[in-house]
Design a protein around this ligand. Structure first.
Ligand SMILES: Nc1nc2c(ncn2[C@@H]2O[C@H](COP(=O)(O)OP(=O)(O)OP(=O)(O)O)[C@@H](O)[C@H]2O)c(=O)[nH]1
Ligand SMILES: [Mg+2]
Length: 414
């Protein structure tokens, strides 16, 4: 499967997940045309195809500029959207929580703001599908109206976010270590979440089934942990959507262990591509220092030989790989054992450092690397109690020393 095939097949899955019926596909490999994105001859072919098949919408894999969108709609007489708009539509359909709904509205409005001026200009006196109704606005009035809505949504989101931070702090105070399931959309995160928690989170073959996080207690070997199911990652997720979903995705940053779920039944090149997307997203969220286990899921779909071959080519490229099937619940014990191995190695420590201008960057860095149980600011010092993986403990000790603090290792974790 080459890059084009895999992106087109992903676009198809996205369209199906959003409820579309696909009546035809058209491909072209060339430098993007300024006017139509595709070539002028190809647009004619597209227009004929739309008419013959009775298509009601065209979905482009490449991002479209406003003018290109307008020109194609004019030539084909149907509405045109691109991959980003499709993802937004899909998210909008799926959003069930208030937070997810607000996050999507924010992403939609931010996108609209970017294109507002040109969309208003193009829609003056036009009856183009997708551009209708905007002609009554002056561009500035329209932009101001959107900006106001953005502000209102941001305010509402910050209230929800504060609640989420509070919940997280409570959980930390209780002293539970947290594990989050991360991974490409449809990798099987919710299926694994259900298998480990005996919950019934929604599982579906379509993309972006989960758009809000949920956390449950799990118990392995008499130790309790908190397990979080999260929203999936996807290639070329527009930055405005990542930003809008930041507080949901942020749950990943504040965990002690990331279980990266991978669909092992995909072709090997696609597996590697998706893993890269996930690692980049995790890095972008500031969570790359957190210990990781890589679950190679859906092994029930593979023959033993193929499984061995794929495992060989991934070995060394992924952290702590474990092959399993979340659906058939095979090899889950191996996963539990590995989770315990990593989390039981956590060590507890405390330090006290004199207040100086350098401590805030250090404290916010520490929040990403360690599980903080106590944080106390006095007149002239800050006292912190925390747990961290042995690999970061040494870094923390050195930084504390550099800041003229007192560092004390308490015990290996419970
Ligand atoms: N054969 C097989 N299918 C699986 C396995 N795990 C998950 N699936 C299927 O893969 C699809 C996606 O599963 P989900 O658990 O919804 O995936 P997700 O990662 O939570 O997806 P999003 O929430 O959409 O990001 C569903 O059709 C599951 O039944 C497995 O181990 N084997
Ligand atoms: Mg899910």
């Amino acid at each position: 499967m080459n890059r084009e095939e895999s992106t087109l097949s992903e676009l198809k899955s996205l369209a199906l997940s959003a409820g579309y019926i696909i009546v035809g596909t058209l491909e072209q490999t060339r430098r993007p045309d300024a006017r139509y994105q595709i070539g002028a001859g190809k647009v004619e072919e597209l227009a004929r195809m739309v008419e013959e098949k009775g298509a009601e919408k065209i979905i482009f894999d490449n991002p479209l500029r406003t003018l290109q969108n307008y020109n194609i709609a004019k030539a084909t007489r149907v509405e045109v959207i691109d991959r980003f708009q499709l993802i937004l539509e899909l998210f909008r359909r799926r959003a069930t929580t208030t937070e997810a709904q607000l996050q999507i509205q924010l992403a939609v409005l931010q996108n609209e703001l970017k294109h507002a001026r040109e969309r208003v200009r193009l829609s003056k006196g036009s009856e183009q599908p997708g551009f209708m109704g905007l002609g009554v606005y002056e561009a500035d009035v329209y932009r101001d109206a959107i900006k106001l809505q953005v502000q209102t949504i941001r305010k509402k989101l910050s209230v929800i976010r504060a609640k989420r931070v509070l919940q997280r702090e409570r959980r930390t105070e209780l002293g539970f270590l947290t594990i989050s399931l991360a991974g490409y959309t449809s990798a099987g995160k919710s299926t694994l979440f259900n298998a480990l928690t005996e919950e019934t989170a929604l599982v579906d073959k379509s993309l972006f089934t989960t758009l809000s996080t949920q956390t449950r207690m799990v118990e392995f070997d008499n130790r309790k942990f908190l397990l979080t199911d999260t929203v999936g990652f996807i290639d070329r997720l527009p930055i405005s959507l990542v930003e809008a979903f930041h507080s949901t995705l942020e749950e990943t940053i504040f965990s002690d262990l990331i279980v990266l779920v991978v669909d092992f039944s995909d072709p090997i090149e696609l597996i590697e591509k998706k893993i890269n997307v996930c690692l980049q997203t995790i890095d972008h969220l500031g969570a790359s220092g957190i210990p990781m286990i890589t679950v190679l899921n859906k092994v029930d779909l593979l023959k033993l030989e193929v499984c061995k071959e794929k495992f060989e080519s991934l070995k060394g490229k992924v952290k702590n790989p474990i092959i399993l099937s979340a659906k058939c619940q095979t090899n889950l014990d191996e996963l539990r054992k590995n989770i315990l191995l990593i989390l039981e190695n956590f060590q507890a420590a405390q330090f006290s450092i004199p207040i100086s201008s350098n401590i805030m960057p250090f404290i916010s860095w520490l929040h990403q690397k360690a599980d903080i149980h106590k944080e106390e600011f006095t007149n002239n010092s800050v006292n912190v109690g925390f747990e961290a993986a042995p690999s970061v403990m040494e870094q923390i000790r050195r930084k504390v020393q550099d800041l003229n603090g007192n560092f004390q290792l308490i015990t290996a974790s419970k």
